[in-house]
Design a protein around this ligand. Structure first.
Ligand code: SF4
Length: 261
């Protein structure tokens, strides 16, 4: 019986148990990134999605997947506020690998209501309003994407931030928003160093997002993601106006997408 056939016949509880069994019975933490991607493509045909904002990690994993001929889905969240370079880069990556990248957008009505109530630039007002904006433009669309998947592949790495060092693992179960269903979240590159990642990108001629050359260490929406100056932490360019703030152990530079890892 194939993995898909099992999925169609099993209850939510049985599916949750199956996913938990993968973590307890297999050494997913010990698997290399290419091996973990291969495993995900075999166990979750059509139901494993690599969601990327086209940082080095995302394009490196797309390269790993395509060069192995894996059956993985690729997706990106289009907040409707991305840099023009990002929209062009989506087309470039699709052309280079001949793959489809699902572009997931927020519902226009949700965005409209938020803007009417709080204004276009609500993220300047407070951390809460910034999180609300990220919720509407990223979290809700991401939840809709995950509703179509059993395995979420992300590019988180330990050396991206202290918060991620403390929380991220290679494989973890998360609850699907609003249901009892569990989803297996994989971070295949979690233990990769910056040097290791750059070696892979350069060694395999992986496409590089053009904003890196303009001083952006990471990117997302216009205004909220900015270039960093020499000597600044690589996440300093995100929501600059919150740089001095840290409360309750949460990282003010996380948008909420990865809090539940
Ligand atoms: S990064 Fe900024 S504009 Fe983009 S969703 Fe978050 S708060 Fe809104």
């Amino acid at each position: 019986m194939t993995a898909r056939a099992i999925e169609e016949n099993e209850s939510i509880e049985e599916r949750n148990e199956r996913l938990a069994g993968y973590i307890s019975d297999l050494d997913l933490e010990g698997m290399s990134a290419p091996a973990l991607l291969r495993w995900a493509s075999e166990v979750f045909p059509g139901r494993a999605v690599l969601n990327t904002s086209f940082q080095y990690t995302g394009t490196a994993m797309i390269h790993m997947a395509m060069s192995q001929g894996l059956d993985l889905r690729f997706a990106t969240l289009d907040t409707l506020r991305l840099h023009p370079e990002t929209y062009a880069f989506i087309a470039e990556v699709q052309g280079r690998y001949g793959c489809e990248i699902e572009v997931i957008q927020p519902k226009r009505g949700d965005v409209q209501r938020m803007i009417e109530r709080h204004g276009e630039y609500l993220f300047f007002d407070s951390k809460e309003k910034q999180e609300h904006c990220c919720q509407v433009r990223k979290d809700w669309p991401n939840n809709a994407l995950l509703n179509t998947a059993d395995c979420w592949i992300s590019g988180q790495r330990w050396d991206q931030s202290e918060y991620r060092k403390e929380t991220a693992k290679k494989a973890v179960l998360i609850g699907e928003y609003g249901t009892r269903r569990q989803i297996l979240k994989l971070n295949p590159l979690v233990d990769w160093s910056e040097e290791q990642l750059m070696e892979y990108v350069e060694g395999h001629d992986v496409p590089v997002h053009p904003l890196y050359d303009q001083g952006y260490p990471s990117f997302g929406c216009i205004i909220c993601a900015t270039p960093v100056r020499p000597g600044e932490h690589k996440r300093a360019g995100r929501w600059r106006w919150f740089n001095e703030r840290r409360e309750d152990g949460d990282d003010p530079k996380e948008c909420g997408l990865h809090y539940n890892i």
